[in-house]
Design a protein around this ligand. Structure first.
Ligand code: ADP
Length: 455
């Protein structure tokens, strides 16, 4: 046996038979098995042997570089991930090179990013071969990521790829970046289009969408609208125009504008029998006392109809306070909802992310200390949660009632069962992808593919 190699907590290694000359691995002796972050995993048989085909992004934080691999399957194993979920994974056997040494290891394939690393090196793969210095890193040298990019393929547009427009305002937002990446890695031609720079010809004979500098945006197969609240009116108009020229719109413009009005949304949900907290709405100040009574008296919640991120949501602890808040809002001509306060929720709510009639992920949000609003923007924290069958059904029905293919349905757990608080037509991806480790952006792209193919 040769001398042991000393390695740190992260190292560059090679997986030559998979065509991966350099990949940075997180070394974790706390994990038994090693894993590779792979996607598009498809098993197949050849000459009586089991193989698996998969794709991988070998470079951290870079989804534009992609490598297709095939490996010999030696097993299938149930593995519990760090978030506690069980997953059946393929196990492949392949040589690994670390420093000057090469030996065979077993690796599981998983569609999860382990802390941003594309590979996790567990203790089974390292035994008798290496010594770990947990305080060190890159003991075997570092490689410039730009240099290794050359060894890999860049994602190209597929011949049958779609022309997809992401209609939004800020290309730097996590959610927007992820949607662009997810589309590109599936071989689609993705284009970020800034809502405010679109203009339209709405003549009935030849409707068109133009973009800054006069470019005609035509031949667009699908539009993914991610319209910020302040852009609702114009954003929905542009999305509607794309629809009128035949582009599929993931979240129909009508559903988006409907979801932006809390009162309209709640009215719609109530007609569909979807449970929600008792809610009152009134215009004239004389009704204040009765509206307070209607929702069961204080403590109660007053909400600005057009508020977002929890900013327009106020808790009134006494009837007197409630009356003052309601009257103050009314004197400003603000439209408000008055709602029973679900105290037992204890500052928690559940965000169910629905894509195409399925809850693809859910997280629990917990309000910061001394706060009752669980919004992440207000310092709330997200964690994983197991939802009940009833909650799942409510979330799916709520998205369906609103006509939304993609929706963030916020549910609060009350004594009387789960209740819907609101439905978001551009739910953020960061919290949900982070906690569930799921490729939610990819599922949105798959939903587009399905709908366009059907069309
Ligand atoms: P926004 O659209 O501004 O996020 P929400 O209606 O979702 O407004 O309310 C923000 C947060 O306040 C919710 O996530 C929830 O934690 C809390 N909240 C809202 N309504 C109630 C209620 N009726 N009872 C208890 N907590 C509530």
């Amino acid at each position: 046996m040769s001398k042991k190699i000393v390695i740190g907590k992260e190292e560059w290694c090679g997986l030559p038979e998979l065509g991966l000359p350099a990949i940075k691995a997180r070394v974790d002796s706390g994990a038994k098995t090693s894993s590779l972050h792979a996607f598009n995993i498809h098993p197949f048989e050849e000459d009586g042997n089991k193989y698996v085909h998969f794709d991988i992004h070998p470079i951290q934080d870079n989804r534009k570089v992609i490598q297709s691999c095939r490996g010999l399957v030696v097993d299938q194993r149930n593995i519990k991930s760090s978030s506690g979920e069980k997953e059946k994974r393929h196990v492949i056997r392949t040589p690994i090179s670390l420093g000057d040494e090469t030996w065979e290891i077993e690796v599981t394939l998983t569609n999860r990013d382990s802390m941003g690393y594309r590979m996790l090196l567990g203790r089974e793969a390292m035994k008798e071969r290496v010594l770990i210095d947990p305080d060190a890193s890159l003991c075997l040298g570092s490689i410039n990521e730009k240099d290794i990019e050359k060894h890999y393929n860049k994602v190209g547009t597929k011949k049958d790829g779609l022309k997809i427009v992401l209609l939004a305002s800020n290309p730097e937002l996590y959610s927007n970046k992820r949607i662009m990446e997810a589309g590109e890695e599936r071989g689609h031609e993705m284009r970020f289009i800034n809502i405010s720079q679109c203009y339209m010809n709405i003549s009935s004979s030849n409707p068109e969408v133009h973009y800054r500098g006069g470019e005609l945006l035509d031949g667009v197969d699908a539009v993914i609208p991610r319209i910020k609240p302040s852009m609702t009116f114009y954003g929905c108009a542009v999305a509607r125009q794309f629809q009128s020229v035949g582009s599929f719109c993931l979240n129909d413009s009508v559903s988006v504008s409907r979801s932006r009005d809390k009162l309209r949304s709640l009215q719609l949900l109530s007609t569909k029998g979807i449970p929600m907290p008792t809610t009152g709405f009134a215009n004239s100040p004389v009704d204040t006392a009765d509206i307070i009574k209607m929702v069961g008296g204080a403590p109660l919640v007053v909400k600005l109809l057009e508020g977002t991120q929890g900013k327009g949501v106020v808790l009134a602890e006494t009837n007197k306070a409630a009356e003052s808040v309601i009257n103050a809002f009314k004197s400003l001509q603000a439209n408000i909802l008055v709602q029973e306060f679900i105290k037992e929720a204890d500052g928690k709510d559940i965000r169910c992310f629905v894509v195409d009639g399925k809850v693809v992920g859910s997280i629990q949000r917990q309000a910061a200390e001394g706060e009752f609003r669980a919004n992440l923007h207000l310092g709330g924290t997200a964690s994983s949660v197991k939802i009940t069958a009833e909650e799942r059904k409510i979330a799916i029905n709520a998205a369906k009632a609103m006509g939304l293919k993609v929706a963030g349905v916020d549910i609060i757990r009350s004594k009387g069962g789960p209740k819907v608080l609101e439905i978001n037509s551009s739910p953020g991806l960061e919290g949900i992808e982070d906690v569930t480790e799921k490729d939610v952006a990819g599922l949105m792209i798959e939903s587009v593919e399905k709908a366009v193919r059907k069309k």
